[in-house]
Design a protein around this ligand. Structure first.
Ligand code: CIZ
Ligand code: SF4
Length: 302
């Protein structure tokens, strides 16, 4: 099948099965184009919580599909590529978090949505990169643990002077960005604005004209009077940025800004997911109920 035929086949299967396709901004262009909803994990989880579809096909990584299942347990949630995970989410396990909680029962556990259901189940509240600031500000006078992204946590600590422990996890895509990347790209494109995702290291964020989630970065490029940007996040977002602002210029901060897991999903995987109802993501009820509390708290504070 060529791409047009594939789009048509996906559309037919979607109608037949009353399915909806959600795609994260880090997915490759055609997968974003075939989706009914494209966005960040907060927006997509809100869509998952409110859709009337029977089947949710989540073009993203495992924790996102799991989050959709937690919020919409009666729906069938499919992850087109079963192996698509998030290395950062695996940097904290429930065993180690439980040990930490026993030692520090007074700390509120704030959990990045990039985490497993089991870790969410042990947490007090979830955040995503687009609502982290708002939610953490709500808890700013309490003793906190932020898990698992030490970089986003360090940025919040720096901005709000928090009593917050940081779990030593990181995103292997954003954490690899260096000050050399910043210096090189700023020298090459001196009139461009530097915009970076908070999963990058604090020293880089301090050099940025704007720091924000994918949604934040996208909106910034749409609303800004500037017309040239150096973008410090996964390169899938450039597809949407260019679509919204065809007359603006975007340079990726480093050509290695590709999430291996996000890029595992191709159009054909979305088609096969719909055709064969694969690969279903489930969450045991006891875990789901506890993880739901942390996500629900997040949604109510967002
Ligand atoms: O929350 C998300 O969707 C992620 C993983 C990135 C972002 O900033 O949107
Ligand atoms: Fe995980 Fe980083 Fe990939 Fe996002 S970009 S899914 S945080 S490894």
């Amino acid at each position: 099948m060529n791409q047009t035929e594939m789009f048509e086949a996906i559309r037919r299967l979607k109608e037949e099965k009353n399915a909806v396709i959600l795609a994260h901004y880090y997915q490759e262009g055609p997968v974003q184009d075939v989706a009914d909803y494209t966005g960040d994990s907060l927006y997509l989880s809100q869509v998952a919580a409110s859709t009337d579809a029977d089947i949710i096909v989540f073009a993203g990584v495992h924790f996102m599909a799991e989050t959709a299942k937690i919020l919409s347990p009666e729906k069938t949630v499919l992850l087109p590529v079963a192996e698509a995970g998030c290395p950062m989410a695996d940097m904290v396990t429930e065993v180690r978090l439980e040990q930490y909680r026993k030692k520090h029962p007074d700390r509120v556990v704030v959990c990045y949505v990039n985490s497993t259901a089991r870790v969410k189940a042990l947490s007090d509240v979830c955040v995503t990169s687009s609502n982290a600031e708002k939610i953490i500000k709500h808890y700013k006078d309490q003793k906190l643990l932020y898990v698992p992204d030490k970089n986003l946590g360090a940025y919040m600590k720096y901005k709000y002077d928090l009593d917050m422990d940081l779990w030593p996890g990181f995103c292997c895509v954003h954490n690899d960005l260096t000050m050399d990347d910043v210096r090189t790209m700023k020298a090459k494109y001196p009139s461009a604005q530097l915009i970076i995702h908070p999963e990058a290291k604090l020293e880089l964020l301090q050099e940025a004209d704007y720091v924000g989630s994918t949604k934040g970065l996208l909106e910034y490029t749409i609303n800004s009077d500037h017309d040239e940007f150096i973008v410090g996040t996964e390169d899938g977002i450039l597809h949407t940025m260019k679509k919204h602002s065809p007359n603006k210029t975007f340079h990726i901060l480093n050509s290695g800004l590709k999430c291996y897991d996000m890029k595992l999903t191709h159009l054909e995987d979305v088609y096969l997911a719909l055709k064969h109802n694969q690969f279903e993501v489930t969450v045991p009820d006891d875990i789901r109920e506890k993880a739901f509390q942390a996500l629900d708290k997040m949604l109510s504070l967002s």
